[in-house]
Design a binder for this molecule. Sequence first.
Ligand code: NAD
Length: 369
Amino acid sequence: MAANKKLLVLPGDGIGTEVMAETRRVIDWMDKRRHVSFSIDEGLIGGAAIDGAGTSLPERTLELAHAADAVLMGAVGGPKWEKLPFAQQPERGLLGIRKNLGLFANLRPAVVFDALVSASTLKEDVVKGLDIMILRELTGDIYFGEPRGIETLPDGRKRGVNTMTYTSDEVERIGRVAFDLARKRGKKVCSIDKANVLETTVMWRGVMESIKGEYPDVELSHMYADNAAMQLVRNPKQFDVIVTGNMFGDILSDCAAMLTGSLGMLPSASLGAPDASGRRPALYEPVHGSAPDIAGKGIANPLAMILSFAMMLRYSFDMGDDADMIEQAVQNLLNAGMRTGDIMEPGKAKVSTDTMGSALLKELDKLAA
Ligand code: NAD
């Protein structure tokens, strides 16, 4: 039996609780059937935490998060809390936990499953077999740089200011994550910048060049952000790992997500810096939100959440074979024609959240036999 893994589970709000329930069944399955054991704490975040503890991010949740090897989160938010002042809204809890854990690297795989190739708005031959990773720096850049604000000029005009800023150590830190990821994938990193107009990114490019010698097995290329947006829809399969700053990453990761055409299928991971013992804070969550329009109906697609757990196995616990098995089980279900409403196509079988979860467990049983 491998060492016990300590998880914090934060179901959150809306469909977060529904897709987490199915993921808990997969965790239990892993616990019983594979060489791993999980001890699980459950905590409050978002609207559920506002209702249960008076704040979207209770101290207790942070304590549990720091004590855990990894955090698995559903989604937060919903109409019930929309009228609260901005600083008290459920989404502040999510931003708060990311900040508190120092999660600077956001990993978003964009994978097109063969069975869902027609869900993309792009032509089949452009996206079939797509498997790329967008790595976005999450804690720096123009979103956090100072000075910032809106001022009134002496002549009455307004002036808005934001500052794009990175330090070389911040770039090096995210750059190393990119090279390490590429080593486990297709051994190519494309670094995205605007080094033709922005000095910050001239520095970014220089840092990427300065560390590439340490990864002789990985090929490094550079691309301007505007070209990258174009190339992502023209020929996305040319990429393996894309690494970029917070703002370009915000835009390009959504663009890449939509190559797959299905929000209910997209997992993500956010990683922090390892401590002296090599333990790295990590939070795994689906890209989608709490989907109030379908919450409580039992029809949400649980696969993005379950695939987020697979990412946890791969990136926090080095259990790549088990992650592969979950991904294979998902692929088999889709090939067999099982679909939740969000990915429904004519001629396929429309199933509920828990039916999809049960079918996945059966598929795992078959693969493990
Ligand atoms: P959303 O992702 O919740 O939903 C967008 C659309 O996609 C909806 O029609 C929804 O029904 C559908 N959808 C999303 N996930 C699905 C799934 N797993 N299965 C089937 N259909 C799915 O985005 P939104 O509607 O803009 O936001 C709703 C709430 O979620 C807001 O309060 C928002 O702030 C919050 N939100 C939270 C997160 C997060 O917790 N990480 C992310 C995005 C939005």
